[in-house]
Design a protein around this ligand. Structure first.
Ligand SMILES: Nc1ncnc2c1ncn2[C@@H]1O[C@H](COP(=O)(O)OP(=O)(O)OP(=O)(O)O)[C@@H](O)[C@H]1O
Length: 344
């Protein structure tokens, strides 16, 4: 549905030119939800704004629904943009218009008459749960309600693609969940293709099918979401997941943790299980085979679009040699292990 070919974008020219995107190739299949992640300044906003040509690429092509937008004149582009809705972090509503009239705005620009506008808006108010707010002004709405108005407005022209620029970054976690559920519902019920940018891995985990990671304007990794979380293909991917996968030892233990071992021989180990090993009885096997006592101190299991990821912190007690062999055994079973420190 969306295809970016050799897409580059430079801001400015000559020596002071900033390369915001360089030779990006991205395919977003019809009906999918793809998340673009990257650190601040990586080029995420530029990328998403190039899809509807809010930013004109310096070179390369932008295909949406089989049409190369970079070849269109102003009139052709205006028409093509009816197929591309967009929502923003700060909602961008018109304060002087009610909910109903905000949603009506793009339809008025399209020249639809009042009856046709009403016919389109009534189901959108229902879909977004705003029927009883139709005559309210934005100032009387919560952040989540404002984003719902923005979503309804973006859907008014019946687009095939929805672009979401940090759509939940200004919302609290509970509201974020409800907006993500709405986006998933729209994706499934209307078959809408969604491209979103976010810095929250939780957003990627909850609704994306695929993830694209950009760094310094270059696409460094694209992957289905499940494999990305369980086995990222790049160092940057791993770094991105680090916070998301963080699992800390309990505070009382952290205070006793030492980095070197001589008089504190028992390692505290962080283990990451993935699909291949999360359901095996590895811990009890390990205890039996290497004569260890293993205490589980902290554990968490994440279901990521059908892939399972297990995180555990455990204390290993036993002979130092056996502990080393046991850790090497775990590594050979494709588990990620990390010794966080030692306790007495
Ligand atoms: N209008 C502009 N003029 C000049 N440079 C720009 C412009 N817009 C963006 N840039 C630069 O292009 C690069 C990519 O910016 P962009 O906003 O796309 O990154 P981002 O990943 O969306 O960052 P953030 O997460 O902080 O919004 C940055 O170096 C930025 O400074």
């Amino acid at each position: 549905m969306i295809r970016l070919e050799h897409l580059s974008k430079f801001y400015g020219s000559g020596q002071s030119a900033v390369a915001a995107l360089q030779d990006v190739e991205l395919h977003v299949p019809e009906g999918s939800i793809t998340g673009v992640i990257g650190v601040s300044g990586a080029g995420k906003s530029t990328l998403i704004r190039c899809v509807n040509l809010l930013e004109r690429p310096t070179s390369g092509k932008v295909w949406v629904d089989g049409q190369d937008l970079t070849c269109l004149d102003e009139q052709g582009l205006r028409k093509a943009r009816h197929d591309i809705g967009m929502i923003f972090q700060h909602f961008n509503l018109l304060d002087s218009r009610t909910v109903y009239r905000n949603i009506a705005f793009p339809l008025e620009l399209m020249g639809l008459n009042k009856a046709a506008i009403q016919q389109r808006i009534t189901p959108l108010l229902e879909l977004t749960g705003l029927t009883d707010k139709r005559d309210n002004y934005p100032s009387a709405l919560s952040g989540g309600q404002k984003q719902r108005v923005a979503i309804a407005r973006a859907l008014a022209s019946r687009p095939k693609v929805l672009l979401c620029d940090e759509a939940t970054s200004a919302l609290d976690p509970q509201t974020t969940t409800s907006i993500l559920e709405l986006l998933r519902e729209i994706n499934q019920e209307l078959g809408l293709t969604i491209l979103l940018i976010t810095h929250e891995m939780e957003v990627v985990k909850s609704i994306c099918d695929s993830v694209a990671l950009i760094s310094d304007g270059r696409l460094v990794e694209t992957s289905r979401v499940g494999p990305f979380f369980t086995r990222p293909g790049t160092e940057l991917g791993r770094a991105f997941l680090e916070d998301f996968l963080r699992i800390e030892p309990p505070r009382s233990l952290r205070e006793r943790l030492e980095s070197s071992a001589p008089d504190k021989p028992h390692p505290i180990v962080r283990l990451v299980f993935n699909d291949e090993n999360v359901s095996s009885p590895l811990i009890s096997q390990l205890a039996r085979e290497f004569e260890l006592d293993i205490s589980i101190l902290q554990a968490r299991i994440e279901d990521i679009q059908g892939h399972t990821l297990g995180l555990m912190i455990a204390e290993f007690r036993g002979s130092p040699d056996q502990i080393q062999t046991a850790l090497a055994h775990l590594e050979s079973m494709q588990l990620t292990t990390e010794v966080l420190g030692y306790v007495e």
